[in-house]
Ligand binder design. Sequence first.
Ligand SMILES: Nc1ncnc2c1ncn2[C@@H]1O[C@H](COP(=O)(O)OP(=O)(O)OP(=O)(O)O)[C@@H](O)[C@H]1O
Length: 255
Amino acid sequence: MTTLLEAKGVFLNYGAIPVLKNIDLELIQGERLVIIGPNGAGKTTLFKVLSGELPPTKGAVRMGDDDVSRHTGFRRVRRGVGRSFQVARVFLEMTVLDNVAVSVEARHGHEGRGAGFFRISTSPEVMDEAVGLLAHLGLSAQQNTLASELSHGDRKRLELAMILALRPRILMLDEPTAGMSPTDRAAAVDLIDRIVTENNITLILTEHDMGVVFQLGTRLSVLHYGELVVSGAPEEVRKNLLVREIYLGRNSRHD
Ligand SMILES: Nc1ncnc2c1ncn2[C@@H]1O[C@H](COP(=O)(O)OP(=O)(O)OP(=O)(O)O)[C@@H](O)[C@H]1O
């Protein structure tokens, strides 16, 4: 078992307010870890610390043998971390194809063979790869559409295409199906499932929808008031009385 990402004794305070408290977490190669917990438990904050958006107040985040606690998000991207956001981060005034081409170009840039970061190259190699990624995600028909004109679900798919262009080893998805209709949600889950399997990517996500949690997760960790209180296989976590009390509730459809 190879540990790709590890948090050790991580604390995060917003000012005087402690939000993450002594988090120990390991992400094992090939798994799909879902962080669940009530609103305000600290899930997004944990993602920010793991992806390099926020340095921990105390503790370490490691990738392999390296302490990356104070490495920026960009440096972690170069180490193989791709992250999505609750509100998809895409370039709204650019076409779908150009959005993906920017990401492909950025990767080529840090691989030392591009025209430079955030510069759109018209090289056929970059464009072919971008077109291929859009086909992979079922967005070919929208490739000349402005990102601002996409539906919410398609914008999330575009964001995923942009992340995949970076060829991540670890994919971090912060509530990937938030705000989606049931149909879009089912399609998004199928897509994530397929992409992760086909590209051999290790997945860590936060999610509120229990259907998505149990469909995608191979391991669940429960965050409660900033502490990881339970971690285990989905079935174990589902049966855990503490979890039922603090999170799933009596009326969970998985009862
Ligand atoms: N920038 C900030 N400054 C101060 N407090 C913050 C900041 N961001 C989040 N918080 C607070 O930190 C706590 C954890 O927030 P966080 O967004 O990480 O929780 P969450 O589990 O992701 O919630 P949700 O499920 O609603 O997305 C909350 O009490 C929130 O109000």
